[in-house]
Design a protein around this ligand. Structure first.
Ligand code: PPY
Length: 287
């Protein structure tokens, strides 16, 4: 069975990946997202799963930058998964219950760095007196809470982490929006047999030619007149020189089509550099 590197165990990444890939793969858990990237790059695993975007905050820029700058791993698939954030910790000690704020006794919250932006309303209302400390994953936060056994320290994570580490669930679904979704990318050097999808996507990085006014408009036009839909475009620093950017573009369509390759040829003809990050099936969430 193919080996898949995930941030885990007991994380949202594991939950989402098992839901999507099922049990026909061997899941290898890593504590750090950098280890997921490196394990996939080195061949320790065949594939790796990266959370790349969420409904509320958009791209996970750290992960996009790692994908672009640190590794050469084509995108092989993407899927979307609903993320229910849960406050996980121990009940208030005797005499510490404050009726005006049932979680006022919590002084520190541990979780993955993308979490606060997805739970800002709850954290502002009930955890404004608590310090947020980022840890490598939501599950790592729950593990630390379990080891401390200190009611003043809680975590935000998955229901499975609450069960697996034996830490009670204090409040379910504290995310700001009930339909809070995260998009995950499956990356790997080799293509894998995956279930078919009607929706194909192609992700490219475009660097515009210098001294070419209107180049970006011409790039967008090359897709527009072919009625090729761009589902995302983000300008990101090249990290080479201040004020120089590349454009991370998600395209609805496949390189096997007629028009998409010709659009790419057209923008290369005006001097754009184009790097294909992947052409892959996109899977919506089905429960
Ligand atoms: O830490 C985790 O559980 C992860 O898998 C990263 C993450 C965190 C929050 C939403 C989606 C993925």
């Amino acid at each position: 069975m193919k080996r898949v590197a995930i941030l885990g165990p007991s994380t949202f990444s594991e939950e989402a990946t098992r839901h999507f890939l099922g049990e026909d793969f061997t899941y290898v858990s890593y504590k750090l997202i950098s280890e997921v990237f490196n394990a996939t790059s080195s061949g320790e695993t065949d594939l790796g799963v990266i959370p790349i975007e969420n409904t509320l905050e958009g791209s996970v820029h750290l992960h996009v930058d790692w994908l672009v700058h640190e590794v050469d791993l084509p995108i092989r698939a993407e899927w979307v998964f609903p993320i229910d954030m849960n406050l996980i910790g121990y009940p208030a000690p005797e005499g510490r219950m404050d009726d005006s704020n049932p979680f006022g006794y919590i002084r520190k919250v541990l979780s993955h760095h993308v979490v606060p932006a997805q739970c800002s309303r709850f954290m502002k209302q009930y955890l404004s007196g608590a310090e947020f400390e980022q840890v490598s994953s939501t599950a790592e936060g729950v593990r630390i809470v379990s080891s401390l056994q200190d009611p003043s320290v809680a975590a935000i994570g998955t229901a499975i982490a609450s069960t697996n580490y034996g830490v009670p669930m204090l409040q379910k679904e504290i995310q700001d929006h009930k339909d809070n979704m995260t998009r995950f990318l499956l990356v790997g050097k080799e293509a894998s047999e995956l279930k078919s999808s009607e929706d194909m996507k192609t992700t490219i990085l475009v660097t515009l030619p210098e001294d070419y006014p209107g180049a970006l408009h011409q790039v967008l036009s090359a897709f527009a007149w072919r009625r090729i839909n761009l589902s995302k475009i983000e300008s990101k620093p090249t990290k080479k020189k201040l004020g120089t950017y590349y454009f991370y573009i998600d395209i609805a369509g496949s390189l096997d089509s007629v028009l998409l390759p010709s659009a790419i040829q057209e923008i290369e003809a005006i001097g754009c550099q184009v790097r294909i990050l992947g052409c892959y099936p996109s899977y919506p969430y089905t429960n």
